[in-house]
Design a protein around this ligand. Structure first.
Ligand code: EPZ
Length: 430
């Protein structure tokens, strides 16, 4: 099994190209199920999760092509891919495929809208909480679907004539349920209003893609989305937005090791809350034409308290990385994880570096230390894994991160991007 070996202590200096966002690419790929015409996506990251979703879509009958790099394009540019769902040959998303990645459950929305039926295995994914699907089922039922759960599968059937628009007020904000209902409602009869919808930049990317495909959506970027159903959608060409979580991750790495890094192509408005917090820790964060620059001149890292929240709040997907940073602050900081009930698995691993962290329910208290020491650690989930890499970059001595397949799910060319900025980091096979 591959491991990452790194020796900490080097500052990061240089430019890091930010890849396309995993959490936008996945639902955009799923949106291809809504039309019999080709959907072209540009800037798709090369990630294990993208590959996994390709397998799922192919099982439904989607033809997928990856296009070559264009003349003059550098290797940092993401893939250009075509997804063509001319015919849906199978409306079942089987356990073997769906259990590996939670987002694959979202195919239920477009399958039900286009084919009027879907049989989708209950999902798997990172072990960060129970992650139920009640909000999806609540929304799909409101559009008239009949839902049954049998043998670990959700069986969904649309009424005769297809789904029917409705007013849906989500009792809790859910990214996945918003994506799914947005797609389903685009092909429903009449008007759907989604209230208390998620407003993450990835939702906006998908909503704008649907509009480019002929959907009628207003309120994009707000908590209330109004969708006027249409009879059919057509093909389009759409860019995947830059990955704000990758951006925040490298920003925290630079803030922790010190140095001066330009995060090329990043959009500051996609992670304002995180950048504000980072500034409060003493890092110099500036938005430039080509991206975001993070600079730290070696001053002590100030402790800052953070609550995770849905967008525009501080993202749960940066919580582990921020905790790594706080382990070397000059005082005590508190993090409250409000989105997932079990997203502190990195705490025990960070302790191996000598970090002082205690957890009481949702609240973690981190007492900063002047220095961490390199250690053997184990990756547990995607974002937790990268928090261990960040800690290792700042720790004295050698660190080995085991079980890094989690990292490959969501970070493209991580070692290469970091080593080009001066980090001593390599992948060790076997
Ligand atoms: C998306 O997951 C992201 N995944 C997650 O990123 C991210 O952590 C999460 O949103 C929150 O921002 C993708 O975009 C592919 P939710 P999702 O539904 O949609 C509860 C990563 O590391 N809930 O917004 O699954 C749920 O348990 C991943 O890239 C219900 O109770 O998250 C959680 O407590 C990890 N019932 C909260 O809502 C439901 O039916 C928010 O979850 C659905 C969700």
């Amino acid at each position: 099994m591959d491991r990452i070996r790194l020796v900490g202590g080097n500052e990061l200096h240089g430019e890091i190209p930010i890849s396309g966002a995993k959490n936008a690419a996945l639902p955009l790929m799923i949106a291809s199920l809504l039309t019999d015409e080709p959907l072209v996506l540009q800037n798709v990251p090369r990630l294990a999760d993208v590959k996994q979703l390709e397998r799922i879509l192919e099982n439904h009958g989607v033809d997928i092509a990856v296009h070559g790099r264009r003349r003059g394009e550098d290797e940092g540019v993401g893939q250009r891919m075509t997804f063509h769902a001319a015919d849906i040959v199978d409306t079942t998303a089987p356990y073997e495929l769906v259990s590996k990645m939670r987002a694959s459950f979202w195919v239920i929305g477009p399958l039900l809208a286009r084919c009027h039926e879907a049989r989708v295995s209950l999902p798997g994914g990172c072990a960060i909480g129970t992650r139920p699907v009640d909000l999806f089922l609540f929304g799909l039922k409101a559009l008239g679907a009949e839902i049954d759960i049998d043998g670990g599968y959700v069986l969904a059937k649309a009424p005769k004539g297809g789904l029917v628009g409705a007013r849906i007020t989500f009792p809790k904000v859910s990214v996945g349920a918003t994506h799914t209902l947005l797609m389903a409602a685009s092909l429903a009869k009449g008007t759907t209003i989604l209230e208390n919808a998620a407003q993450e930049p990835e939702i906006t990317n998908v909503a704008e893609c649907l509009v480019a495909m002929g959907a009628k959506i207003t309120g994009i970027g707000t908590r209330t989305l109004t969708i006027e159903g249409v009879d059919r959608l057509h093909g389009a060409t759409v860019d995947v937005i830059p990955d704000r979580i990758e951006t925040g991750t490298f920003a925290m790495a630079a803030a922790m090791t010190g140095g001066n890094v330009l995060l090329k192509g990043a959009h500051a408005e996609h992670l304002k809350a995180a950048l504000d917090i980072l500034s409060q820790t003493g890092a110099d964060v500036t938005s430039e034409e080509g991206g975001i620059r993070v600079y730290r001149n070696g001053n002590g890292i100030q402790p800052v308290d953070v609550d995770t929240d849905p967008f525009p709040g501080f993202p749960t997907d940066l919580q582990a990385q921020f905790m790594a940073l706080m382990t070397m602050s000059t005082g005590t900081s508190r993090i409250r994880e409000t989105i997932f009930e079990n997203r502190y698995m990195h705490v025990a691993e960070l302790a191996r570096f000598g970090a002082d962290i205690s957890v009481d329910g949702q609240l973690a208290t981190i007492r900063g230390k002047p220095q961490l020491r390199g250690a053997q650690v184990m990756a547990t989930d995607l974002r937790a894994s990268v928090s261990l890499v960040i800690a290792g970059l700042a720790a004295r001595g050698e660190t080995t991160v085991n079980r890094i397949y989690h990292l490959d799910r969501g970070f493209e060319r991580l070692e290469e991007k970091l080593s080009r900025c001066g980090a001593e980091i390599e992948r060790v096979s076997g």
